[in-house]
Write a protein that binds this ligand. Sequence first.
Ligand SMILES: NC(=O)c1ccc[n+]([C@@H]2O[C@H](COP(=O)([O-])OP(=O)(O)OC[C@H]3O[C@@H](n4cnc5c(N)ncnc54)[C@H](OP(=O)(O)O)[C@@H]3O)[C@@H](O)[C@H]2O)c1
Length: 339
Amino acid sequence: MTMNRRILLAKRPVGLAAQTDFRSDEQPIPEIREGEALLKTLYLGIDPTIRTWLSTAKSYLPPIEIGEVVRSAGVCRVIESKCERFKVGDLVTHLCGWQEYSVCTEDSFATLFPASTNPRHTLGPLGSTGVAAYAGLLYVGRPKEGETVLVSAAAGATGSLVGQIAKIKGCRAVGIAGSDEKCRHVVENLGFDACINYKDDGFREALKKACPNRIDVYFDNVGGWILNEALGRLNMGARVALCGAISVYNEPKKPPGPANYLNLITVRGKMQGFNGMDHWGKHAEISADIAKWMEEGKIRVDETILEGLDEAWRSVNMLFTGENIGKLLVYVADGVTEP
Ligand SMILES: NC(=O)c1ccc[n+]([C@@H]2O[C@H](COP(=O)([O-])OP(=O)(O)OC[C@H]3O[C@@H](n4cnc5c(N)ncnc54)[C@H](OP(=O)(O)O)[C@@H]3O)[C@@H](O)[C@H]2O)c1
């Protein structure tokens, strides 16, 4: 009998995750019932939110319990089906978790993609990352042509899309990233107008130089002191779209409030958090736009791929040490339909 290899949470990480925070086991592949489909995991999408689920912090989904399979999005192939919605061979993204096989129900939060879609793109630009970048920028940030859009974690999965969409919309795109190499990549390969290495001294001066007309839209992926600096350089009527705060996810305590929030009063600015999932109803429309831009060569997609379920725990840390460029994925199996 083919077994299902799984990675379970053994204890809650403190700071960066350690291998001993996880354990693996093997279980028989589950039998499916009426209304269910059996899926084989192809790739896992490694998102910073996984780190929040590993803790007891309040989030939009409950913490992963000790002994549970680590929750994670993934792209899977349907290999057996007893439901109308999923046919054998279909490509489906859902919260499959860190395991080789998963069961999906008709009513679960799963998205079908044409079998010909690049499976990796269903987790990145054509999936939840694309929706967060597009909806956060265009529906929350609402940039107008000629405005300055600043985005942090600019070489990452979400930030790289945000800056490229800002350019498509005729804005000045300014990135923030953690190394000179990433900044070069953001400007030379992704087409941003400027990029600031936040690890260098003189961040405030560099921000001033890169945003001479101040900031109209700040797309925040990192929170912390960088959010505070951006708040201090807003233009009149600026919009701040709060996407995430990766600089604080590993911290045991809540961060201090950004003192520069008072500037929102001066500039009559707006700061709004959002969750890409709230815009999932527009997924088809959003991914059609992004797919078209990719085809036209206006959006470049970068990926960092690790091999094998055993690498999953290490990959989460890479988001915090900045070792990824673009979407971070773990390869689990190829796309064949047989178990
Ligand atoms: N609201 C939503 O619906 C939604 C959806 C998807 C993602 N998100 C959020 O969006 C953000 C980006 O997610 P992603 O999946 O696209 O990840 P990502 O940007 O591909 O990877 C995370 C990047 O964050 C940077 N980083 C790590 N620690 C940092 C720190 N202390 N200060 C500044 N930068 C730091 C690293 O790049 P450097 O080398 O540049 O430091 C790293 O590559 C996260 O906060 C995530 O939670 C929100």
